[in-house]
Write a protein that binds this ligand. Structure first.
Ligand SMILES: Cc1ncc(C[n+]2csc(CCOP(=O)(O)OP(=O)(O)O)c2C)c(N)n1
Ligand SMILES: [Mg+2]
Length: 569
């Protein structure tokens, strides 16, 4: 019997209490008969707010977007039909290292024990399939029972938070109202303390390498955000005058106006000064870098062989592998151990500025569009980008305190629209900009209705180019498989909320765009910008062209005449 103070709580109430203690203020999802009892507990006893979504996929994207700003996110779905709908989003949270808990209200324990057939199953007496499916896309899973709930709820929440990965729990619908004995003490979200000897030795080894180096550098990926060490990275860079480059998935994790910010590193597709800072470094500290084709400029990245690799709970230095060292403690110890350097100065990394906005009545081009967006950005903006020509945002200079959300490694189109609901819910006082193509938008567009329903005020910047332009750069420049239906996008706010005060704009010229961008941010602004299907930023077309070589090989169909959209010569 436990000696620490305890109390009696209903299982569902305890779960909701633990979510609150983990900093979750909102639960996304779609109700079903197997989770209504939990939703009733939420209504009756909890400070959590319910945000019903149009689909489970969008709930999973929303929980992910919410977690990226608040540190933890949660959704609830119903057995199987709901749970399976959320899988692509939960798998994306795994790929992008986002702690989310997916709670499936599942068939009653009574039915499992007696082998009773139930709806939302295959009606063949099985009940483990969906837990099995989630085992592939989450770091931990459990079916709650009255005898494991008190420990399993804590294990799953803590595991998700510590490892920055999603978890899945099934709450059988007949146990949420059962009383169990639970700890009185709140759940403390903390990383395990490092092994003192390993931490000391590891930090000393890094500090010695850094102190002896003439051209140290830092390369950071998105875990720097997830583990909350951007402040430490900046402190170390400042103390030793070290340039810091980021992977595109970590855009804006380091303030782009920070003097030691050295740009986005993406192999040979990076600026020359960024390549030099990283590849010629005699002591590169890389934080949680995961090389795939989209983060390596198609495998042209060349990190020095001596690179020190830091991850959430481990560090690799040459032959030495340090376990049981947590990232924040490693940074702290290294910062304290290294000398202040004043002789190196500020790195010179200047990216070409986006062009200027050309003449008023000119048909809108991608070049003019991105120049205008560059001017529109403000400090503190939350920027959600989807795949497509909207990736041009990676080339813009961001003001301080911006946050960028994208699905860079997982690459799921439509992510940004669902995630926008999550970021709006998490940080309603910030300005949120959605940069999305028509094709991506069509995947998840209905969630606009939830944003309107809750009076959110995002700026939606949609590029209407009649289809999948980024894909035309891979294959099928003029093929119908890259075409999509032309919606009246700017009319959607009124369709989805007839009494909306949203301001909608159908933009065809640069003058139209200027006018739209001058609208005040006191309501939703929906700007649909019509552009030519063959117009795309050079960097986007280039990466599509080279991506096709990787995807289809030398005998692929991309080599046929006119098969690919190519950069304007
Ligand atoms: C879920 C999913 N389905 C399909 C794809 C393949 N895909 C990648 S980009 C893209 C087209 C995006 O088109 P759009 O959003 O219109 O952007 P544009 O390049 O036209 O600006 C597609 C279909 C994907 N990444 N994710
Ligand atoms: Mg498009």
């Amino acid at each position: 019997m436990s000696t620490s103070p305890s109390r009696w709580m209903k299982i569902g109430d305890f779960l909701l209490r633990r979510l609150e203690e983990a900093g979750v203020g909102h639960l996304f999802g779609v109700p079903g008969d197997f989770n209504l009892e939990l939703l009733q507990q939420l209504e009756d006893n909890s400070t959590l707010r319910w945000v019903g979504t149009c689909s489970e996929l969008n709930a999973s994207y929303a929980a992910d977007g919410y977690a990226r700003l608040k540190g933890f996110g949660a959704l609830t779905v119903t057995n199987a039909v709901g749970a399976l709908g959320a899988i692509p989003g939960i798998a994306g949270s795994y790929a992008e290292h986002v702690p989310v808990v997916c709670i499936a209200g599942s068939i009653p324990l009574r039915s499992i024990e007696r082998g009773l057939g139930m709806h939302h199953t295959m009606a063949d007496g099985t009940w483990d399939r969906f837990l099995g499916a989630y085992a592939q896309v989450t770091v931990a899973q459990a079916r709650l029972t009255p005898h494991n709930a008190a420990t399993e709820i804590d294990r799953l929440i803590l595991t998700a938070w510590r490892e920055k990965l999603p978890v899945y729990m099934e709450l059988p619908s007949d146990i949420a109202y059962l009383d169990i004995e639970v700890p009185d003490a709140p759940l403390i979200l903390a990383q395990p303390a490092s092994d003192p000897e390993r931490l000391r030795t590891c930090a000393a080894a890094i500090a010695a390498r850094l102190s002896a180096a003439t051209s140290p550098a830092l390369l950071v990926d998105e875990d720097v955000d997830r583990y909350g060490v951007a402040g430490e990275v900046v402190e170390l860079a400042e103390k030793m005058q070290i340039p810091v480059a980021v992977i595109s998935s970590a855009k804006a994790v380091i303030d782009e106006t920070f003097p030691y910010y050295a740009g986005i590193y993406n192999g040979k597709a990076s600026l020359p000064a960024t390549i030099k800072a990283i590849e010629d470094s005699d002591c590169l500290l890389s934080v949680a870098y995961r090389p795939v084709e989209v983060t390596t400029g198609d495998f042209t990245a060349q990190l020095p062989a001596s690179t020190i690799h830091l991850r959430g709970h481990a560090v690799d230095i040459g032959e030495d592998n340090y376990q049981a060292v947590t990232l924040k403690e490693v940074f702290r110890a290294v910062i304290d151990a290294v000398p202040r350097v004043t002789s190196r100065g500020v790195p010179q990394v200047t990216a070409p500025a986006a062009g200027t906005v050309a003449g008023g009545s000119a048909t809108l081009t991608q070049a003019a569009y991105w120049a205008a967006i560059q001017e529109y950005l403000r400090p503190g903006d939350v920027l959600l980008l989807d795949n497509g020509t909207s990736y041009a945002l990676f080339g813009l200079h961001l003001p301080p305190d911006c946050t960028v959300l994208a699905s860079v490694i997982w690459g799921s189109i439509g992510y940004s629209v669902g995630a926008l609901l999550g970021t709006l819910t998490a940080a309603p006082d910030r300005r949120h900009l959605l940069l999305v193509g028509d094709g991506s938008f069509q995947e998840t567009a209905q969630e606009l209705s939830t944003m309107l329903r809750h009076d959110h005020k995002p700026v939606i910047l949609l590029i209407n180019n009649g289809g999948y332009t980024i894909e035309r750069g891979y294959m099928g420049k003029t093929e119908t498989y890259n075409d999509i239906a032309r919606w009246a996008y700017a009319d959607l706010p009124r369709v989805l909320r007839p009494d909306t005060a949203a301001r909608s704009f159908h933009v065809q010229t640069t003058a139209d765009l200027e006018k739209a961008l001058s609208a005040p941010n006191d309501t939703m602004i929906f700007i649909e910008s019509v552009m030519d299907p063959d117009d795309a930023p050079a960097a986007v077309i280039h990466s599509s062209n080279t991506g096709a070589e990787l995807d289809y090989g030398p005998r692929g169909p991309q080599h046929r005449d006119g098969a690919q959209l190519r950069p304007a010569s």
